[in-house]
Design a binder for this molecule. Structure first.
Ligand SMILES: NC(=O)c1ccc[n+]([C@@H]2O[C@H](COP(=O)([O-])OP(=O)(O)OC[C@H]3O[C@@H](n4cnc5c(N)ncnc54)[C@H](O)[C@@H]3O)[C@@H](O)[C@H]2O)c1
Length: 317
C-alpha cells in the first residue's frame, strides 16, 4: 500500500479526498484545524491505515512527522479566503507561499518526488482576456491569494527541473458540496437563515464563474495522481459549466423554500476587492485523459443546499 500525505485533509475538499484514498492507501493527514474540522475525518480515526498529525505546514517539526514514509503529497492545506488575503497579505503569504515552500523543500530533502497541488483556476488567471482560459495563458492575479498560488506553482516548475520532483497543479474551478463552509452558496444560506425576507448579493449579480462538484474534483485529483508524468504540469479542473451569481441566488431562494425573499444587489461590478468577475477555464486538457464530470452543476448546487439544511437547519423557522 502506498503511503500518501494529504495536507489540509480535515478541510472541505481534503477530507473528501481522504475518503477516496483511504480505501487503498495508507493516508496521513496534516492539518492544524484552523479551518478544517475533526468531524470530517472522524470516521477514519480508528483505521490502522490512517494517521492524523495535528500541526502546521509552517512548522518543520510537524512536516517531518507527517512526511515519514510518504511517497506522494496531496497539498491542499491553505488559507483559502480571497478576501482575507487582501486584508492580511503577509499572513496569507506565510501559509500559502512560505508554508508550501517549507513542505516542498522538506520533500526535496527526503527525496519524495510526487506532489499534487490544489491551485486555483479563477484566481491565478485573474482578469483573463481569453475565454475559456487555457493553462498556457500568463498569470495575472488580482488577489494576493491568486498571487500566492501562482508563485508556488513557479516553484513547482523549478523544483521539477532542478530536483526531479514531479507535480501536477490542479487549477480548480470553484468547488461546491457537503462540508464546505465558505463561498457564495454558504454565504447566501447564512444570510437567509438570519433574515429569510431578504438576500443581499455583493455585486450586480452578473459575475459568472466556473464550478465543479466536490466528488468530481476528487475523482479528477485521484486520476491525475495515478497518471502523473515527469516534470511539472498544470491542469485546469472544472466541470466545463458556469453559473452567474444571479442564477445561484434564484436556485438558493427556491431550494430553501423562500422564493419571495427580496434580492438586493449592492450594484458594483466586482463583489469585493480581488473578486474575479468572469472565470471560465478551458478543461480540454483534463478531458484529453477521457475524464468527464458526473454531476450536473445545477444539481450540485441543490445537493449542497440540502446538506446545508440537514446540517445547520432549515431557513425561515
Ligand atoms: N473551495 C474551492 O472552491 C477551491 C477552489 C480552488 C482551490 N482551492 C484550494 O483547495 C484547497 C482546499 O480548500 P477547501 O475549500 O477545502 O478549504 P478548507 O479551508 O476547507 O481546507 C483547508 C484546510 O487546510 C487547513 N490548514 C489551513 N492552514 C493550515 C496550516 N498552516 N497547516 C496545516 N493545515 C492548514 C485547514 O484547517 C483546512 O482543514 C486549498 O488549497 C484551496 O486554496 C479551493
Amino acid at each position: 500500500m502506498e503511503r500518501v500525505l494529504v495536507t489540509g485533509g480535515a478541510g472541505f475538499i481534503g477530507s473528501h479526498l481522504v475518503d477516496a484514498l483511504v480505501e487503498d492507501h495508507e493516508v496521513v493527514v496534516l492539518d492544524d484545524l484552523s479551518g478544517g474540522r475533526i468531524e470530517n475525518i472522524e470516521a477514519h480515526m480508528t483505521r490502522s491505515n490512517f494517521t492524523f498529525v495535528q500541526g502546521s505546514i509552517t512548522s518543520e517539526e510537524d512536516i517531518a512527522k507527517a512526511l515519514d514514509g510518504v511517497s506522494t503529497v496531496f497539498h491542499f492545506a491553505a488559507q483559502p479566503d480571497v478576501r482575507l488575503s487582501v486584508m492580511k497579505p503577509l499572513w496569507d503569504f506565510t501559509i500559502n507561499v512560505h508554508g508550501s515552500m517549507l513542505l516542498l523543500d522538506n520533500m526535496r530533502r527526503r527525496d519524495i518526488r510526487r506532489m499534487v497541488f490544489a491551485s486555483s483556476g479563477g484566481t491565478v488567471y485573474g482578469d483573463a482576456d481569453v475565454f475559456p482560459t487555457p493553462e498556457s495563458i500568463p498569470f495575472r492575479p488580482i488577489s494576493n491569494y491568486g498571487a500566492a498560488k501562482g508563485a508556488f506553482e513557479m516553484y513547482l516548475s523549478s523544483y521539477a527541473e532542478l530536483y526531479g520532483i514531479n507535480s501536477v497543479s490542479m487549477r480548480f474551478a470553484n468547488i461546491i458540496g457537503p462540508r464546505s463552509t465558505h463561498g457564495v452558496i454558504y454565504d447566501f444560506y447564512m444570510k437567509l437563515k438570519r433574515d429569510p425576507t431578504r438576500l443581499e448579493v455583493l455585486g450586480d449579480g452578473s459575475q459568472e464563474k466556473a464550478y465543479v462538484y466536490v466528488s468530481d474534483a476528487v475523482d479528477a485529483a485521484v486520476m491525475l495522481a495515478e497518471k502523473m508524468w515527469p516534470g511539472y504540469q498544470p491542469v485546469n479542473v472544472g466541470s466545463g459549466q458556469r453559473l452567474k451569481v444571479s442564477q445561484i441566488a434564484e436556485i438558493v431562494r427556491s431550494e430553501l423554500g423562500v422564493p419571495d425573499a427580496r434580492i438586493e444587489y449592492t450594484g458594483t461590478r466586482r463583489g469585493w476587492a480581488g473578486d474575479v468577475i468572469v472565470t471560465d477555464i478551458d478543461v480540454s486538457r483534463l478531458r484529453s485523459f477521457g475524464w468527464f464530470p458526473k454531476v450536473d452543476i445545477e444539481d450540485g448546487v441543490r445537493l449542497y443546499i440540502r446538506w446545508l439544511v440537514e446540517t445547520f437547519g432549515p431557513v425561515g423557522v
